[in-house]
Design a protein around this ligand. Structure first.
Ligand SMILES: C[S@@+](CC[C@H](N)C(=O)[O-])C[C@H]1O[C@@H](n2cnc3c(N)ncnc32)[C@H](O)[C@@H]1O
Length: 124
């Protein structure tokens, strides 16, 4: 089922306490990873559906590309570095974006998340 329809029709019908995790195809380097990949307009449309039509709390993870940051500019988010190894090994940046309704804990046992929490609270 198409992801956008799936979110509007199926996910919105799930229990209100459902947490939705979206891990869309990467924005950059996508042609190297997928056969039939999302084009920039697809990412834009997806961002509109997630932010405008999804009625359950959600988080999204993406590569930290400026276009993605801009598509989700009004939402709380944090970026972190990681090592990719799917095609070749290199350091990259990823971003987690959070829906406005999502309650985010004040502390975390994971250092990289604990470090990001104060900035999340500031932008809330
Ligand atoms: C970042 S990965 C998500 C991986 C997933 N979280 C997991 O643990 O398996 C993005 C996924 O989107 C899929 N994908 C890429 N292009 C797609 C397309 N046009 N339509 C549907 N899925 C696509 C890829 O095959 C890949 O599994």
């Amino acid at each position: 089922m198409d992801a956008e329809l799936f979110m509007e029709q199926r996910v919105n019908a799930l229990a209100p306490e459902t947490l939705v995790y979206c891990d869309p195809p990467y924005f950059a380097q996508a042609h190297r990873l997928y056969l039939n990949t999302y084009l920039p307009d697809d990412h834009t449309r997806l961002a509109r559906v997630i932010q405008g039509k999804l009625r359950r709390p959600w988080l999204v993870s993406y590569d930290g590309h400026p276009t993605i940051i801009s598509l989700y500019r009004k939402r709380r988010k944090f970026r972190y570095s990681l090592q990719y190894s799917a095609v070749r090994t290199y350091a990259g940046s990823e971003v987690f974006v959070f829906s406005d309704s999502l309650l985010i804990p004040g502390t975390s046992a994971l250092p990289c998340i604990a470090k990001a929490l104060p900035s999340l609270r500031r932008s809330a």
